[in-house]
Design a protein around this ligand. Sequence first.
Ligand SMILES: O=C(O)CCC(=O)C(=O)O
Ligand SMILES: [Fe+2]
Length: 377
Amino acid sequence: MGSITPTTTSSSEEDLTFPNLPPFPTDVPTVPLLRISLKNLLAGDPAEEEKLWRACCDLGFFYFDLRGGKGGDEDDESVDGDALLSVADRMFGLGEEVFALDGEVKEGFSMMGQNSYFGYKGYGAFVDRGGNKDRNEFWNISKDDILGIRKEPLPNPEVLMRGESRGLVKRYMLGSHALVSLILGVLNRRLGLPEGTLPSLHDLHTISGDQVRWVRSPPQPPSDRRSALGEHTDYGSVTILFNRLGGLQVLPPSDPPTWAYVKPLRGHCIVNLGDAMVKFTAGVLRSNIHRVANPPGAQAGETRLSLVYFNRPGDEVILKVLEGSEVIEERRRESGIDGEEGEGVTAKAWILNRAFGRAKGTEGDRLEKRDSGVAAS
Ligand SMILES: O=C(O)CCC(=O)C(=O)O
Ligand SMILES: [Fe+2]
C-alpha cells in the first residue's frame, strides 16, 4: 500500500477553481490524489494507465481530468469528457429544482416508504456509527428506470417526469457509465482477467443497482458542526463524483491516519472504488473510507450539493473473488482469503443490506449492527 500523506494546497496551481463560489481554503490538509487525464488514457498512453492502476491499488480514489477527452466506438459507451462536464453542470441545476420541492412532496417519494433505494431520503433519516443522525438529504434515480429496462416505471415528481429532465439524466448516466466501462477495461487488463470480465459484470443494459444521486447539505451552525454524511466505504464498484464545494474528506492509509479534504477541481470528476471491487479482486484494488464534512473556510456558509453516479454489479452477479487472474490468485494465496467467501450473495441482496444499513429500525440496521464493517452509503 502506498504512503499517501496529506499536504497543504499550493496557491500557485493552474486555475481550476469554480467561478461564483467562495474559494477552497489554502490552509487545510488535502489529499494529493493522482490526476488522470481522460485524453491521455484514450490515446492509450501507458504512463497514464499505470497511474490509474496505482491510484486504484493504493488509495482507490483519483481525479479524472475530463477536459478534451473524447473517444470510444459503441454509441452508448462513447466517451466525451467535455459533453459530460456540461451535462453535469445542468444536473446541478436540476438537483436544485428537485430539493426545492415541498418537504411533503419529497417525502411522498421516500425510499423508506417504497422499501427501495431509489427516491428521496430526508434530512437525518440515517444514523452513523456514532449514533448521530446524518445532516443531508439525498435523491437517488435508477439507471434501469431511465433507460426503460425496468418494466414498471418508478414513481417520480413532475420535475423528474418531464422529457427534458429524463433526457438530461439519461445523458448523465450514459456519460458516467462510459467512463466506468473505460476504467473497468483498464483494470481488467492490468489484473490479467479474461477479456471483458469486469465490463460484462457491469453491463449497461443489465438490471443493476446503478443510480444517480444528488446529496444536499445545508450549512451547519459554527457551534455545532459534525459530518453531514458519516464515514463509510461505497459498496458498489465504481463511483463517479462531481463536487464544487469542499467537504468530502478521505482517511488515507497514512500513519497515523488523518482526515484530509479532497479539493474540488473544475473540469474534473473524482472517481473512487467500492467494496465490490475489493471482493472481486481479493483486495488487490482498494475502497477507501470517506465522509462529508461542512465545507471548509470561506465556503462554510454555503449549501453543498454534490452529484454522484454509483456503478454496481448486475443484480444477479455473485459477489466472490474472480477467477482467471494470476494477480488476484496470488493475493488470495497471500491473504488466505477463502475462495468460497461471499458465495451465494447476489449483488442485489448485498446492496439492499448495505443501503439500509444506516436506516433506523430496518432489517438492514439490525444486520449492520452485527457487522463490524464500516458504515456504508
Ligand atoms: O457528496 C460527496 O462528495 C460524497 C458523497 C458520498 O460519499 C456518497 O454519497 O456515498
Ligand atoms: Fe461515498
